[in-house]
Design a protein around this ligand. Structure first.
Ligand code: AHG
Ligand code: MN
Ligand code: MN
Length: 343
C-alpha cells in the first residue's frame, strides 16, 4: 500500500530531525529524484524511441574511461544526471562512471550563485546497462559526500576519495517492474515507488532492513573456479543450507532483491582480475552505506569496505554485501582457506 508521503515531503520532514540542517541536502536528493524520473521515462520507452543498443557517435562504438562499451542509455542517463546536478546549487563536483575526471560545477560562471556547492556526487548513471536491450532491470547508484576543500575553490580528489562511512547520503534507483528510489542519510533506509500516472515517488518501504534469514546468494558463478580462496566452499555451503541462486547482472537489482528477501551478493577478485570489476566510488561505497543502515555488512575481501579510503576515482574493488550472518560465514570461509594455504 503506497503511503501519502511523496519523496519531497518525506525528505523535508526528515531534515527537521537534524539540528542546524539547512535544506541543502534535501534539495539535492529531490533533484536526484527529478533526474530519475527523466531517465525512467526513457528506460520505459527504450524499445520505441530508438535508444536501444550501443552508442555510436561517429559510426563506431564508444567506450568510457574504463574501456567498457557505452550503450545509448548510458550516455543519456549520464547527460541527464549531469544536467540536473549541475543546476543544483548545492553540488560542487561530480564523478561519473562515464566521465574520465571530476566535473567541477562553478555556479558563479553561470550566473547562478556564488562559487561551488558544498556536496560532491559520485554516480553510476546506468547500472547493468547490458540488460537494457533484453528488457531486464537496470538502475542508478549515487553517493554524496560533504566536500573537504573550501567552497571558493574547485573540488579536488580529496573531496571524492573519502571512506563510505563518511557519506552524508547514498541511494539507488531501480528501473524494474516498478521504479523505486531507495536512499539513506544515515537514519535508516527508505524506499519510494514511482507512480507514473501522478509523476511522483511515494513512500512505500519505510525503514528497510535485511530480513534475519538469507534466502539467496547472488554471484556470477562462471567465476567460481578463479575466485579468491574461500568463495567456492562458501557457495557450496550456501547450496547445502538451501539458499538458492539469483543473479540479474545489474548490481542494483541484485542488491535490492537481497535487501527485501535476505541474501548476499558476491563479486570477488579473480586470478585474472584481483580487484574484481565493480567500482568503489559509485557502486560499492553507496551500497555499503545502505547495507550498513539496513543492518547488513559489506566486505572488500576480508576488510570492512565502509572504512576503506579509495585512492583513485575509478578504482575497482571486490564486493561482498548483504546479510551480516552470511558475510560472517563468508569471512570465516576465506580465513579458513588462507590458513589452509599457509599451513
Ligand atoms: P555497469 O552497467 O554500470 O557497467 O555495471 C555492470 C556491473 C553490475 O551491475 C553487475 O553486477 C556486474 O557488472 C555484472 O558483471 P558480470 O557480467 O561480470 O557478472
Ligand atoms: Mn554499474
Ligand atoms: Mn553504469
Amino acid at each position: 500500500m503506497i503511503g501519502a508521503n511523496t519523496l519531497q515531503e518525506f525528505v523535508v520532514a526528515r531534515q527537521a530531525e537534524f539540528a542546524g540542517a539547512t535544506g541543502d541536502l534535501s534539495r539535492l536528493l529531490t533533484d536526484i529524484g527529478t533526474a530519475a524520473k527523466m531517465v525512467n521515462r526513457h528506460v520505459n520507452r527504450a524499445g520505441l524511441s530508438g535508444i536501444l543498443g550501443a552508442h555510436t557517435p561517429d559510426g563506431n562504438g564508444s567506450t568510457n574511461v574504463q574501456g567498457e562499451a557505452q550503450q545509448k542509455l548510458d550516455v543519456y542517463a549520464d547527460d541527464t544526471f549531469h544536467r540536473v546536478l549541475q543546476s543544483c546549487l548545492k553540488v560542487g563536483g561530480i564523478v561519473s562512471e562515464e566521465q574520465p575526471g571530476i566535473m567541477h560545477v562553478d555556479h558563479s560562471e553561470r550566473g547562478q550563485g556564488k562559487g561551488y556547492g558544498k556536496y560532491v556526487v559520485c554516480i553510476d548513471p546506468l547500472d547493468g546497462s547490458s540488460n537494457i536491450d533484453v528488457n531486464i532491470s537496470v538502475g542508478t547508484i549515487f553517493g554524496i559526500h560533504r566536500r573537504r576543500t573550501p567552497l571558493t575553490e574547485p573540488t579536488s580528489m580529496e573531496d571524492f576519495l573519502q571512506p563510505a562511512k563518511d557519506l552524508v547520503a547514498a541511494g539507488y534507483v531501480l528501473y524494474g517492474s516498478s521504479t523505486m528510489l531507495v536512499y539513506s542519510t544515515g537514519c535508516g533506509v527508505h524506499g519510494f515507488t514511482y507512480d507514473p500516472s501522478i509523476g511522483e515517488f511515494f513512500l512505500s518501504h519505510p525503514d528497510m532492513k535485511f530480513p534475519k534469514q538469507a534466502k539467496v546468494y547472488s554471484m556470477n558463478e562462471s567465476y567460481l573456479d578463479e575466485a579468491v580462496a574461500g568463495v567456492k566452499p562458501f557457495i557450496k555451503e550456501c547450496r547445502k543450507r538451501g539458499l538458492t541462486a539469483r543473479y540479474t547482472g545489474a548490481l542494483v537489482a541484485d542488491f535490492h532483491r537481497n535487501l527485501i528477501n535476505g541474501g548476499i551478493y558476491l563479486y570477488p577478485g579473480t586470478d585474472e582480475k584481483p580487484g574484481g570489476k565493480l567500482r568503489m566510488l559509485y557502486e560499492a561505497q553507496p551500497l555499503a552505506f545502505l547495507a550498513h543502515q539496513a543492518g547488513g555488512s559489506t566486505r572488500c575481501h576480508l576488510h570492512d569496505l565502509l572504512y576503506r579510503t579509495p585512492t583513485s576515482l575509478h578504482e575497482r574493488t571486490p564486493l561482498f554485501t548483504g546479510n551480516t550472518s552470511e558475510i560472517n560465514r563468508l569471512v570465516h570461509s576465506m580465513e579458513t582457506a588462507v590458513e589452509n594455504i599457509t599451513s
